[in-house]
Design a protein around this ligand. Structure first.
Ligand code: TRP
Length: 454
């Protein structure tokens, strides 16, 4: 406990692991491969890696500066005496948390179904396509969405120290070992090399789009792809909705915030790249790539399902069980951070006890997620609005606030600093992050409105 009576992390590793646990989840394993398949492969991967470091990392450091600087959850962190008018941004963050967790929990519920059916062996008696379409939308999806929300609420109720920290410290290393194993295995499959080419050899012409402006043809970077890559960056790093503000608010002042941010981003990137390295060779080895390109949200599930079925017998059951168990846990450690933002905001704002704040908001989130458990189009729309619009807008406003409005943001960053990058960081935030995010937000808004309207 800190002197103010606020809970704090037991150890440095506690914070890093919890932040990595938040970042690493369905965003890396499920969303990243399907975004790559939807956007035509390696060119998207390249853009995503660039954006992760040029935009994602500076925004993450801004969240840390705000969180550790204020020692508070998003709404109070943004209602400092000198700038009370920014409270609405904290409210937007909480709203984003509600929306994201509502459908995240549905997809996480699928992982529980895959887990149970791997355990019994039922999974390997049906084809991947048939199984996926049977369980993903309908009553069973609803039930497992409910179960997953109950689990999430349970961990958040344990509080910061006991619940989140212990859970994450054991489970993140298990995930890494499991994935390394799968990546090594896919490497040996015949047909894998085309998957590597699709995933890793960018065709540079795919990055460029010709725009007609005043009758002229102007080639420029493909903004739609860039906008999707930015949404993915925010989603996977848990940025743009105050999760990192909340976690860093429990942090003390001996740490170098930039270094922590770099470690978290690199770990998250590693897991996403590993996920691609296992999924794409599986897809080409089993002839599923074309199918994945049309039914993107099934990409991860169907490819690993097909792969595990190949092993046969108890081997399938064993590998399937371990894999889906790790996936579920990765989803759980991320879901915890989403619910924690909402919970700690309500606790700070309304002086609610943790039990009421977590259980009440968790229940509302469960209700909000029900349509996504029944309809794939709802899930896709909610995901598009949340990641490509709400998170991007949240990140943009955060960069504007920390970069241009907050008084002397470099001071908080300089505490505990080992790498002297505050000048570079602030410069990047002001002149790169703000304009690029503005452009991409407008682009994504146009895309969403156009898709809805047309
Ligand atoms: N980053 C998580 C994932 O990749 C999801 C997540 C957790 C998240 N907390 C978040 C996304 C906050 C956006 C904002 O699965």
């Amino acid at each position: 406990m800190s002197s103010s009576g606020r809970e704090s992390w037991n150890t440095r590793v506690g914070f890093i692991f919890a932040a990595i646990g938040s970042a690493v989840g369905l965003g890396n394993m499920w969303r990243f491969p399907y975004m790559v398949a939807e956007n035509g492969g390696a060119a998207f991967v390249l853009l995503y890696v660039c954006l992760l470091f040029l935009i994602g990392l500076p925004v993450m450091v801004s969240e840390f500066v705000l969180g550790r600087g204020s020692g508070a959850s998003p709404i109070p962190a943004l209602s400092q005496p000198e700038q009370p008018s920014w409270r609405w941004l904290g409210v937007l963050f909480v709203a984003s948390g509600f929306l994201i967790l509502s459908y995240y929990s549905v997809v996480a519920g699928w992982t529980i179904q895959y887990l149970l059916d791997s355990l019994t062996g039922h999974l390997f008696t049906v084809t991947p396509e048939a199984y996926f379409s049977e369980i993903t939308f309908g009553h069973s999806s609803f039930m497992f969405h409910l179960l997953f929300m109950v689990l999430t609420i349970g961990v958040v109720l344990g509080g910061v120290e006991r619940g989140i920290e212990i859970c994450v410290e054991i489970l993140v290393p298990v995930l890494v070992v499991m994935m390394l194993f799968l990546v090594a295995w896919t490497f040996l499959l015949p047909g894998a090399s085309e998957g590597y080419a699709y995933y890793l050899q960018p065709e540079l012409q795919n990055l460029v789009q010709v725009y007609g402006i005043w009758g002229m043809e102007v080639p420029f970077l493909d903004l739609a792809m860039l906008g999707a890559a930015a949404g993915q960056t925010f989603f996977t790093l848990s940025l743009g909705m105050g999760a990192m503000i909340t976690y860093s608010s429990y942090l003390n002042r001996e740490r170098d915030l930039f270094q922590e941010g770099a470690i978290i981003s690199l770990s998250d990137l590693t897991i996403a790249l590993l996920a691609g390295l296992m999924v794409f060779p599986f897809l080409t080895a089993f002839g599923l790539l074309a199918h994945a390109e049309d039914h993107e949200i099934s990409t991860l599930f169907e490819s690993v399902h097909a792969a595990f079925s190949q092993i046969g017998g108890l081997g399938s059951q064993f590998f399937g069980t371990v894999f889906f168990a790790t996936l579920m846990v990765a989803a759980l450690t991320s879901a915890i951070s989403l619910l924690e933002v909402v919970t700690s905001s309500l606790m700070d704002r309304y002086d609610l006890p943790r039990l009421q704040a977590a259980a009440g908001s968790g229940f509302l989130i469960f209700l909000l997620g029900i349509p996504a458990a029944y309809r794939s189009d709802w899930l896709a729309v909610a995901d598009g609005i949340a990641a490509n619009l709400m998170l991007l807008f949240g990140g943009l406003m955060l960069a504007v606030y920390v970069g241009w409005i907050m008084h002397d943001p470099e001071r908080e960053l300089s505490k505990g600093q080992q790498w002297n990058v505050s000048g570079l960081w602030l410069f990047c935030l002001r002149y790169l992050v703000v304009p690029v995010l503005f452009l991409l937000f407008v682009q994504n808004l146009y895309n969403v409105l156009w898709n809805v309207g047309g």
